[in-house]
Design a protein around this ligand. Sequence first.
Ligand SMILES: CCCCC/C=C\C/C=C\C/C=C\C/C=C\CCCC(=O)SCCNC(=O)CCNC(=O)[C@H](O)C(C)(C)COP(=O)(O)OP(=O)(O)OC[C@H]1O[C@@H](n2cnc3c(N)ncnc32)[C@H](O)[C@@H]1OP(=O)(O)O
Length: 218
Amino acid sequence: MTIELASAGDTEDPAAAGDRPSALDLLTQQVRDLVDAVVLTGVPQDELVEITAELAALTDRLRALRRTSRHPLAFDPEGVPRHAGNAVTGSANPYALPLVSRVTSDGTIRAELSFRQIHEGPPTSVHGGVSAMVLDQVLGQAVAVAGGAGMTGTLTLRYVRRVPYGEPLVATAEYLRTEGRKSWAEGRIALPDGTPLVEATGLFITPRLWTEGTAGSQ
Ligand SMILES: CCCCC/C=C\C/C=C\C/C=C\C/C=C\CCCC(=O)SCCNC(=O)CCNC(=O)[C@H](O)C(C)(C)COP(=O)(O)OP(=O)(O)OC[C@H]1O[C@@H](n2cnc3c(N)ncnc32)[C@H](O)[C@@H]1OP(=O)(O)O
């Protein structure tokens, strides 16, 4: 297999790397695969002990050089915030799905996604907090693209139907309105045919600190 990597240094600037994955992106995806494998593994105890020791050694190798700063926040040409360390969308965060969203011609945020077994809450269903995290993100992106980027003040959810994992789903969000530093959005996670599973409305508040030009220092 030949892997075309982004150039060294591109990881600091996702736009410069284009669509090519960086070595960090590939490591991150490998760790996601590892986490999936851990949840589902049935290998015997002694094998688990050996694997754990190997992982401890790999963890030490990664810790040999630690970042002293967070991953930078950037905006793609459509105005969607991109942050490699983000818990939902981050290409360099193994914990992230990762969720990849785009802006449609009418300004809707749209992301195709598929939850995995690691997201399980109730048997065979996705944990409600995981659904909330995805909706918080896409609603936040909707207000950011509309010019009202902010912190979540309130997020109200209605869990309509159980959310399955391992199946294609769609998350969408639309900006509603702005009053001063407050912006509202609504969205949903749905089946591909539009059947809603979780519906959300959210209020996002642009912190006074950001309007004073100190974003990112909090
Ligand atoms: C230099 C410019 C830089 C611009 C920055 C650019 C980009 C930022 C990038 C990315 C962001 C975009 C998208 C990200 C995508 C997804 C979003 C995920 C978001 C999160 O995952 S985020 C984590 C959870 N979130 C929190 O961790 C919030 C903790 N909290 C605070 O940080 C403060 O609390 C804050 C900032 C909310 C307000 O602080 P503040 O000092 O700026 O404003 P203040 O208190 O004066 O309130 C003003 C008016 O909002 C009302 N109000 C206040 N709080 C309210 C609430 N909770 N509910 C309802 N109304 C509320 C007041 O009642 C008043 O209302 P009124 O004016 O009518 O009296």
